[in-house]
Design a protein around this ligand. Structure first.
Ligand SMILES: Nc1nc2c(ncn2[C@@H]2O[C@H](COP(=O)(O)OP(=O)(O)OP(=O)(O)O)[C@@H](O)[C@H]2O)c(=O)[nH]1
Ligand SMILES: [Mg+2]
Length: 439
């Protein structure tokens, strides 16, 4: 799977081999190569550009970890960004209603009928569901037959009406029957259609409006690369589907669809098909897919361990300084950087239970630290490490240099002193334990 992309990325990381650290220059060279690899894998141009820009920012903003080499750090950053590009965490399908109704959509031959069977089998065996498959492709008698054969194979009943050419009615009748017979899951297979075929698009919209599905899944052949992404966009504009199923990942697909769909339609990939057999179905996990693409799981965990260790050492170092009342402005600015790295302040604060609602209308943004940072950066290194020496004339100079006022500088220093005292007290109270900092 994605073999050529894997090889190309691996080669890109080699550019950093032997380099002492990540610099503007070597990172640019590496990422030029990464971008080319992505484009060759048929990743959307904008997506590839955005991707390398994010990686660059992360790479240059990293702490220098002595335990890992620049190329290893780069593997880890690219890995995490690949996972985040594909949606970050796995997204489950919605099966809360009874019966839960799942509607298939997609182009001809994309794999809808095969996937309908696979999904019924998976949800029956792994989630204890009692599914009913519905033959909603009324245009080809062979299509109904195909679903019936699959149904027999996986021992799931198939609802069909051989003489009825109205898929809306068939779907409604099937749901009625499902309720009578205690099926808690209804999977509606539909005919393949082109987004440009207005009649056919109206038909699936009518089915959607009539049955109000809990999940509309868009099934797409991953071999079609960028076309898959474009079709996804067209179907999504019409149907506002809930998730994507990527089929035929067992072939020599280059990976473009898997990597670009999320960033183009902003809908999660939920399943991947990896063969023609009824059990060739995987729940999609962005992290695991990133592992597979890079095939460098050991490096990723190595860097993770080093980062954790760095955090622990850093916390220990700070703790010592606080206990000795040596916490200075360098540490202070380091802490501010850490907080900023964790992301948007308002988002962070709203994760604290009860705080979210309270700060909804408050204007907290990441500029909150701007003047604090400006003041600290206007201090000399000596002043930062020995704040005691900050007399009146030094404060005057800092205010001028940072574009703030002497009052603001005084206020910050006073707050800093108080914080320092409080931190010292806290470490004494808690027996010297500091909470671990996370990046
Ligand atoms: N290798 C491979 N083949 C697949 C996969 N999924 C489906 N197929 C094959 O692709 C072909 C088309 O699959 P169908 O399930 O009939 O596709 P469909 O979307 O229902 O097609 P229409 O009903 O004609 O629109 C069949 O030969 C399947 O066996 C997959 O994940 N891997
Ligand atoms: Mg079909």
């Amino acid at each position: 799977m994605f073999e050529s992309l894997s090889n190309r990325l691996e080669r890109s990381f080699k550019i950093l081999k032997g380099e002492g650290k990540i610099t503007e220059i070597n990172v640019a060279e590496t990422l030029k190569d990464v971008r080319r690899a992505l484009l060759d894998a048929d990743v959307n141009y904008k997506t590839a550009k955005q991707f390398t820009e994010t990686v660059k920012e992360k790479a240059l903003g990293q702490n220098v970890l002595t335990a890992v080499k620049p190329e290893q750090l780069m593997v880890k950053i690219v890995h995490d960004e690949l996972a985040s590009l594909m949606g970050g965490t796995a997204t489950d399908i919605n099966l809360k209603s009874s019966p839960a109704i799942i509607l298939m959509s997609g182009l001809q031959g994309s794999g809808k009928t095969t996937f309908s069977g696979k999904l019924a089998k998976l949800l029956k065996s792994k989630r204890g569901k009692n599914p009913l498959l519905v033959a909603g492709d009324v245009y080809r008698p062979a299509a109904i037959e195909q679903l019936k054969i699959l149904g027999t194979q996986i021992e799931v009943p198939v609802y069909s009406e051989d003489d009825n050419k109205n898929p809306v009615q068939i779907a409604l009748n099937a749901i009625k029957l499902a309720k009578q017979n205690g099926h808690d899951l209804v999977i509606i297979d539909t005919a393949g259609r082109l987004a440009i075929d207005e009649e056919m698009m109206k038909e699936i919209t009518a089915i959607k409006d009539a049955v109000k599905p809990d999940e509309i899944l868009f099934v797409v052949d991953s071999m079609t690369g960028q076309d898959a992404v474009n079709t996804a966009k067209e179907f999504n504009d019409r149907l506002n589907f809930d998730g994507v199923v990527l089929t035929k990942l067992d072939g020599d697909t280059r990976g473009g669809a898997a990597l670009s769909i999320r960033s183009v339609v902003d809908k999660p990939i939920k399943f991947v098909g990896t063969g023609e057999k009824m059990d060739a179905l995987d729940v999609f996990h962005p992290e695991r897919m990133a592992d597979r693409i890079l095939g460098m799981g050991d490096i990723v965990s190595l860097v993770e361990r080093a980062q954790e260790q760095y955090d622990e050492e850093e916390a220990r170092r700070l703790q010592k300084k606080i206990a000795k009342n040596q916490f200075d402005f360098n540490d202070f600015i380091g802490q501010i950087q850490q907080i900023k790295k964790m992301g948007n302040l308002k988002d962070l604060a709203s994760m604290i239970p009860g705080v979210g609602k309270a700060i909804k209308d408050l204007d907290i943004d990441d500029d909150a630290f701007k003047s604090i940072e400006a003041i600290i950066y206007s201090m000399t290194p000596k002043e930062r490490s020995a704040p005691e020496i900050l007399n009146g004339s030094r404060r005057q100079r800092i205010a001028k240099g940072s574009g703030t006022s002497i009052q603001e500088v005084n206020k910050l220093i006073k707050q800093f002193d108080e914080t320092r005292k409080m931190m010292k007290m806290m470490t004494q109270m808690k027996g010297g334990k500091m909470p671990k900092m996370r990046r």
